[in-house]
Ligand binder design. Structure first.
Ligand code: G
Ligand code: G
Ligand code: MN
Ligand code: NA
Length: 253
């Protein structure tokens, strides 16, 4: 059985679940989470999203999987927010196929309302390669999402092919510096210069800048010094299931 075949029944059988990685602001306060998909297949074992997301896209299963991810995330987050009596930002990763669905904005806004989640607490992470496909046709959809208060985040920034003019055209609120830059930032002058340049671009375009993949205090200190707004990485927390997330928020923040 290959991934494509196993995916078909997995979506029906709800073999997917979500984990949530905390995002921390410069003052050390808990800010929100990025939702990350996990698949525990009875046939294939744990399959990483790097492996199954591209297959879902290529085999036409991404609309169904994407909805399953969005619905699971909203249900979990609503549960945690109600249990703790507080709201926090939740970012959901989108793949290209989802933004190309004609009714995506209406679907997303509808689900958000059903779950009682306010737009201002929801963010969507999109990648540069996704936008390059068709900036013109995606713009109205992004504007509709923005009009409902939803934040837009550019994921893996610095690795794709986005032009700066494209970045200026699109209603992006936040840049996430790709982890590959953070991995080498302490050792590599070139990575340091890239990171500083990305932060400068973000500031000049009035976007927040988030560093991903922070694993050490030294990385955190350097990125703080450079003026990064928020941080995510194993130094603070791994992606957590919803119970562990609720504990993390209560214990640390
Ligand atoms: O969670 P992990 O670090 O293993 O994620 C690996 C890759 O899979 C990352 O690029 C991440 O953005 C992507 N990914 C994880 N969860 C989702 C998801 O729910 N939707 C999409 N489109 N991509 C995801
Ligand atoms: O592409 P995207 O940014 O969505 O992917 C996030 C991925 O990075 C997830 O798979 C997550 O598990 C992983 N990740 C998050 N923090 C760290 C970290 O500090 N170190 C490493 N190695 N991976 C991380
Ligand atoms: Mn992401
Ligand atoms: Na990233």
């Amino acid at each position: 059985v290959n991934i494509e075949q196993a995916l078909r029944s997995a979506i029906e059988n709800r073999e997917f679940f979500m984990v949530y990685q905390p995002q921390i602001s410069t003052q050390g306060a808990f800010y929100g989470v990025e939702a990350l998909a996990r698949w525990n297949s009875p046939i294939l074992g744990n399959v990483p999203p790097d492996a199954f997301i591209p297959v879902a896209e290529a085999s036409g299963q991404m609309p169904a999987l994407g909805r399953c991810i969005i619905e699971a995330s909203f249900a979990d987050i609503k549960g945690v927010q109600q249990a703790l009596g507080r709201t926090f930002y939740t970012s959901i990763n989108l793949s290209a196929r989802q933004l190309l669905e004609p009714d995506f904005a209406a679907y997303f806004i509808g689900k958000m309302r059903e779950e009682g989640i306010q737009g201002v607490w929801a963010a969507l992470e999109i990648t540069e390669s996704l936008l390059i496909e068709d900036v013109g046709s995606i713009l109205p959809l992004l504007q509709e999402l923005k009009a409902h208060g939803i934040k837009l985040s550019m994921d893996d920034f610095g690795t794709g092919y986005s032009s700066l003019s494209m970045l200026r055209m699109l209603p992006i609120d936040e840049l996430k510096i790709d982890k590959s830059f953070i991995d080498t930032v302490l050792l590599d002058k070139g990575a340091q210069q890239m990171v500083q340049s990305i932060i400068t671009i973000g500031k000049n375009l009035e976007m927040d800048v988030v560093a991903e993949g922070i694993e050490t205090k030294e990385q955190l200190d350097m990125l703080t010094h450079f003026g990064c707004d928020r941080f995510q990485g194993y130094y603070f927390a791994r992606p957590l299931d919803k119970e562990a997330l609720a504990d993390f928020i209560q214990e640390n923040h």
